[in-house]
Design a protein around this ligand. Structure first.
Ligand SMILES: Cc1cc2nc3c(=O)[nH]c(=O)nc-3n(C[C@H](O)[C@H](O)[C@H](O)COP(=O)(O)O)c2cc1C
Length: 189
């Protein structure tokens, strides 16, 4: 990979922000396809590919899917779902308790980064009513909603959030509890 590509991907990672306000501008189909392809190409445990997507543009569904009002403003919403059977059939409990979260998280992050690369804003929504979403989207019992991603052209440019410094969360050879504890205590004082 060229050093240009490394700089580009790092710039996208660093500058991606959660966007919670969108303009009315339509999103081209080709951009939505690129975002979905980015999710599709994410890794999954054992390549079981339990992750699927529901692309929503219908205003009445967008309005009902989340209590967070900015979701409705987005030109498109992607709901990331997992087909539990595809992973539990091989991995049983580990698939249900662990891999579905890894697999869907990888797909979500790929899509958020692709949104940023395309000049679009998006936000990872994890706070939603599972039952309500499942009913609204007519999901069968073995299919679970994992994340909601509103997407649109950004109508805000938020500041980066404060991060714990990298050297406080990178441990050498074993977990060094005191360094992170001391840092967190220094914030309280
Ligand atoms: C698992 C997960 C769930 C999240 N759920 C919500 C949510 O329900 N509503 C929301 O506005 N933001 C949500 N976020 C976005 C975070 O608040 C956001 O990523 C964080 O504040 C850091 O800001 P940044 O994305 O701009 O770096 C969620 C993020 C993650 C990873």
């Amino acid at each position: 990979m060229s050093s240009n590509s490394v700089d580009t991907i790092f710039e996208i990672i660093l500058n991606r922000r959660s966007i919670r306000s969108f303009t009315d501008r339509e999103i081209p189909e080709s951009a939505l396809m690129k975002i979905l392809e980015a999710g599709w190409q994410a890794p999954s445990a054992g390549n079981r590919q339990p992750v699927e997507f529901i692309l929503i543009k219908d205003p009445s569904i967008k309005q009902k899917i989340s209590a967070q009002e900015f979701v409705e403003e987005a030109a498109a919403v992607i709901v990331v779902i997992v087909n539990l059977e595809r992973t539990t059939s091989r991995y049983g409990d580990r698939g249900e308790k662990m891999y579905i979260y890894h697999d869907s998280g990888a797909a979500v992050q790929n899509m958020l980064l692709m949104c940023k690369a395309l000049g679009l804003g998006s936000c990872w929504i994890g706070a939603f009513n599972d039952e309500r979403v499942s009913k609204l989207l007519e999901l069968p019992e073995h299919v679970l909603p994992m994340a909601i991603i509103p997407i649109g052209y950004p109508n805000e440019d938020p500041e980066p959030p404060r991060k714990i410094p990298l050297d406080k969360i990178v441990h050498k050879d074993r977990y060094e509890e005191t360094k992170i504890k001391e840092y967190l205590m220094s914030l309280v004082d």
